[in-house]
Design a protein around this ligand. Structure first.
Ligand SMILES: C[S@@+](CC[C@H](N)C(=O)[O-])C[C@H]1O[C@@H](n2cnc3c(N)ncnc32)[C@H](O)[C@@H]1O
Length: 217
């Protein structure tokens, strides 16, 4: 997402630290000590926060963490969470690559990948959020039968992701090339709204962590 850093970003983020997770926090506090026994759902690349704000309001029994590397976008999402008085949503304003190793095994209930950057060039493959290095980490942190929910407009990225999940023994139990936005455990994102307006097809899959006891490699 290309968005100019705005002047208010850092003062705003610094003012409302209690709803955020930063790398500095994770140097002094264990991830597991931050949220106790809560049922945690991650959205990786949460953008301006429409998805987690809606989901957190709809599903108070879960704790939602939006992971967003772009500070201005993260600040916009944080503002939404504060304005709407949502108490079961947090923002991890960092690169998910730095967050994943800090998350204990089998502690996350679900992961949403909504319109992740497709990184189409082969030389950028490792940046795709469904590269095996990432899905191996998702496998480690998810509880048994935990799910990855993926939506995208990009057919190549969709098929790449589908192949990766299958290759690494996930059970893909939902595949839809013309998703209408009608699943209950879901909410519309900013990108989705604009793609739907343009008439683009949205693809969706759900991959379930199966019964293996070790990571895929
Ligand atoms: C294409 S946008 C989609 C935003 C939102 N999910 C939506 O559907 O409207 C992708 C978002 O992922 C964020 N992002 C990309 N790579 C990331 C990473 N490694 N860690 C955290 N956020 C990331 C970008 O900054 C951007 O805001």
């Amino acid at each position: 997402m290309r968005i100019k850093k705005r002047k208010w970003t850092m003062p705003f983020l610094n003012k409302f630290k209690e709803k955020q997770i930063t790398l500095e926090d994770l140097e002094t506090t264990k991830f597991s000590d931050l949220f106790g026994e809560k049922k945690i759902i991650l959205e990786i690349g949460s953008g301006k926060g429409d998805f987690i704000a809606t989901m957190a309001s709809k599903y108070p029994e879960y704790l939602f963490i939006g992971v967003e590397v772009n500070l201005t976008v993260a600040a916009i999402a944080l503002k939404k969470i504060l304005d709407e008085n949502i108490n079961n949503a947090y923002l991890a304003r960092l690169n998910v690559k730095d967050l994943l190793p800090k998350i204990p095994g089998e502690s996350i209930h679900g992961i949403f990948l909504n319109f992740s950057d497709p990184w189409p060039k082969k030389r950028h493959e490792k940046r795709r959020l469904t590269h095996e290095d990432f899905i191996d980490e998702y496998w480690r942190i998810l509880i048994k039968e935990g799910k990855v929910y993926l939506k995208t407009d990009n057919t190549s990225f969709f098929e790449y992701s589908l192949d990766k999940f299958r290759q690494y023994d996930w059970r893909v139990n939902y595949i839809n090339y013309e998703y209408k936005g009608n699943e209950p455990f879901d909410a519309e994102t900013e990108y989705e709204r604009s793609f739907r307006r343009e008439g683009l097809y949205i693809k969706r899959l759900v991959a379930i962590k199966g019964g293996r006891s070790h990571a895929s490699k």
